[in-house]
Design a protein around this ligand. Structure first.
Ligand code: ADP
Length: 462
């Protein structure tokens, strides 16, 4: 079975979030269950690989697209589209031609895989959402699976750009890619793929509700018979404190972890007595920063230190900087993308906070487990599926969770965390327990393989 992954970012070539981790790890794990998976992604700046073919694709205008290859990665390059500073935008915001950029990407993947005998195109998030409709329009025999990693990004563009997609007029309808007069790449993926998946069972349920559906709940409900939730795994070759070269001291136990905490505190200039909360996150509304801001002084008042690494929303960034000036030895803020520091934070913090408004799967909590940082999370999406509250299950619990998206609930969770920290033996026992949790990719790879088999057994729609 031959599968083409179509994705806008993948480790080790380009990453802005968890999608890249998934796209970097899942293909290799599918290989272990007999699926050959190649990855197709844009040829961003600094990606170098030998060109293997040039094709001409039509999406609005004609584009000469170069396809280059390194191992099982194929890079799509259209002149002027991908050789830029950012993946989706720069400091001024999203690139204004994202519609054209990713339409050409989708068209090129569709044309190329069509000529190379792939059985399935596995598309990820809105950037590859047009591929299922291109396959349908072209009466392709290849099947498509569309995975939603985050419903919050819908690839929505003005309807007057429709001609740039190179699709027949009839697809611009309520049954097609049209969404309230606009184009939605995400909707295209949901409507025209053979199977839709998302990255946790809980999120698969949540997105069919008005609260979490972000306007797509109706479209998703229509597909509920073909909608599945599969929790992501974690790549333990990258995320393993025993072998991690990015951290100060590789470790297998909590004593080793404490040495990392001391080193991190020293590097960041933090006062060393306090329990340390880590956060590594895109700074977006989704991630609960508004809630965090409401209780920031209380958090310090309880006795925590906090280190935050992230980039994103300008106004939240400014507020975080203000807090770090107000509490220079208690709060450490780093507004950048920094893989090494991320590893060091996972290794050096006692707790890891994810007070998310919504969270499709979340990788941060899985990494935190492995590094013995006890997660403090809001019970939503994949966080609810993976973090069993310690009060709910003392023997097997893995963290502290709260339900309501409000300041009192978060504060109560933080107070519980502080009390746990004060019970040193309990805290060490739980941190050691979570380090042994297994969220490896094998299980998820097996489930995807099963879905691939199912989709190939479907009767032909063309
Ligand atoms: P999302 O995909 O919504 O961004 P996840 O928790 O699924 O959130 O995955 C986030 C991934 O990106 C994790 O591997 C996290 O460590 C990493 N990450 C996020 N922000 C940064 C940053 N500023 N520097 C380094 N790594 C980051």
């Amino acid at each position: 079975m031959k599968v083409a992954f179509a994705v806008s970012e993948a480790v080790p070539y380009a990453k802005t979030g968890g999608l890249a981790d998934v796209a970097g790890a899942l293909p290799g794990n599918l290989g272990k269950v007999g699926v050959k998976a190649d990855v197709f992604m844009p040829a961003y700046k600094d990606i170098e690989a030998p060109v293997i073919e040039t094709i001409t694709v039509t999406a609005g205008a004609q584009h000469d697209v170069k396809i280059s290859r390194r191992d099982n990665y194929f890079f799509i390059d259209a002149p002027g589209f991908f050789d830029r500073e950012g993946l989706y935008g720069d400091s001024r915001g999203d690139y204004p031609d994202n519609c054209e950029r990713f339409a050409v990407f989708c068209r090129a993947v569709k044309e190329f895989v069509g000529s190379r005998g792939y059985d399935i195109v596995h598309c990820h998030d809105w950037q590859s959402g047009l591929i299922p409709v291109y396959l349908r329009e072209g009466a392709s025999t290849a099947r498509s699976i569309f995975t939603i990693h985050n419903l919050g990004y819908q690839g929505r563009f003005p309807g007057n750009k429709y001609s740039l997609l190179g699709l027949k007029p009839e697809y611009f309808s309520i049954e097609g890619v049209e969404f309230y007069g606009d184009i939605s790449f995400l909707k295209a993926g949901i409507v025209f793929s053979d199977i839709v998946t998302t990255v946790s069972e809980n999120y698969a349920r949540e997105i069919q509700t008005t609260e979490y559906g972000l306007g797509m709940e109706g479209v998703l409900k229509k597909r509920r018979g073909q909608l599945f939730g599969i929790i992501n795994g974690l790549d333990y070759e990258i995320w393993n404190p025993a072998t991690d070269r990015e951290i100060y001291y590789p470790y297998r136990d909590i004593d080793g972890k404490h040495r990392n905490k001391e080193a991190l505190n020293r590097e960041l200039g933090l006062d060393t007595a306090a329990p340390l909360i880590g956060m590594v996150s895109r700074i977006a509304d989704q991630k609960g920063f508004d809630l965090l801001m409401k209780i920031f002084d209380d958090l310090i008042g309880i006795g925590f230190n906090i280190v935050i690494l992230g980039t994103g929303d300008q106004s939240i960034q400014q507020k975080l900087l203000d807090y770090s000036s107000a509490y220079p030895t208690r709060v450490s803020v780093h507004l950048k993308f920094d893989n090494r520091l991320a590893h060091r934070i996972y290794a050096g913090s006692d707790f890891f906070a994810m007070p998310s408004r919504y969270e499709p799967c979340g990788l941060g909590q899985l990494i935190a487990f492995k590094y013995g940082s006890i997660p403090i999370v809001r019970a939503t999406g994949g966080l609810a599926d993976t973090v069993i509250d310690l009060d709910q299950d003392r023997e097997n619990g893995g963290g502290i969770s709260f339900s309501e998206y409000d300041r009192h609930a978060l504060l109560a969770a933080l107070k519980r965390a502080y009390r746990l920290y004060c019970r040193k033996d309990d805290c060490v026992r739980i941190a050691s327990r979570i380090m042994a949790f297994d969220f490896s990719w094998e299980r998820a790879a097996g489930r995807y393989k099963q879905l691939y088999d199912d989709v190939l057994a479907l009767p032909s729609t063309s």
